[in-house]
Design a protein around this ligand. Structure first.
Ligand code: GLY
Length: 266
């Protein structure tokens, strides 16, 4: 009988495995995206498109098959595909977004995911956006937020057949701007939720206050994509044993978007 080292077995059960990434490059109307960021008026579309191209190549270099949808010029926020669906196992919930201007982005995502997964649409009065959902191998943590309501969380848990823990805060836009899961029973979080009961029993790397944007990371296997320039947070993640890949996402940050927002992993 083959025996595997304990660390390898632990890694297998504490890390979510992905094969594909669905993405959509920013379209011509991107500069009109929803944003409260102070630099939202200085968004550079060409630079955003270049940063997106680099993002896609990083995912491909990590071994993912990158499925790229055509750009959607009629929805400025459409590159943030993560909000359009929540995937767990072989199922996807197609979301009904809390931001009314974003409804309609999900149709192309639904068609693409339908090639690989069984899909179902969230129905009114549910609102739910993928940016509120943190994925662990055996449960989801969902923000009840400005974009996601209790009915959205209920429909998601029922369809995906998975335990869902909730962090409720009507002052939060998306949970993943504050907490993401790195794998290996470890989260990265801003101060805001670092001691929340749903994270109890797990490791939590707390980012410095001036680097809060670093809490939205994209973990793929042992690698963690992190925003460029947030060096103290990157150092903490490296010290915890992860490989950090630094990615320039300035033009997405200006649009209140981040690394996870740009893809759906399946
Ligand atoms: N700009 C991303 C969002 O507001 O949904």
């Amino acid at each position: 009988m083959t025996s595997y080292p304990a660390a390898a077995i632990r890694r297998l059960v504490t890390t979510v495995k992905f094969m594909k990434a669905l993405v959509r490059p920013p379209g011509r109307s991107y500069v009109e995206c929803l944003s409260c960021h102070p630099l939202r008026n200085s968004i550079d579309l060409k630079r955003a498109q270049m940063q997106h191209e680099v993002y896609r190549s990083v995912l491909a270099n990590l071994g993912l098959e990158v499925l790229s949808l055509p750009q959607d010029d009629s929805h400025p926020d459409a590159c943030f595909v993560e909000d359009c669906a929540v995937v767990h196992g072989r199922k996807a919930l197609i979301t009904r977004m809390g931001a009314p201007s974003r409804r309609g982005e999900e149709s192309a995502v639904e068609s693409a995911l339908g090639e690989y997964l069984v899909t179902k649409r969230a129905e009114a009065p549910a609102t739910i956006e993928g940016g509120d959902v943190v994925h662990l191998p055996d449960r989801l943590i969902c923000g009840e937020s400005q974009r996601t309501n209790a009915e959205g969380i209920r429909q998601m848990g029922e369809w995906l057949g998975v335990k869902v823990d909730t962090i409720s805060d009507e002052g939060m836009m998306h949970l993943k701007s504050h907490v993401t899961y790195l794998g290996e029973d470890t989260f990265i979080s801003t101060e805001r939720y670092a001691r929340h009961p749903v994270l109890e029993g797990m490791g939590v790397i707390v980012v410095p206050r001036r680097e809060e944007y670093a809490a939205d990371t994209l973990a793929i296997g042992d690698s963690v994509l992190m925003p460029a320039g947030l060096t103290e947070s990157q150092r903490l993640v490296k010290r915890a044993g992860f490989d950090v890949i630094s990615v320039e996402v300035s033009e997405f940050e200006k649009c209140d978007g981040a690394l996870t927002c740009l893809s759906i992993l399946l």
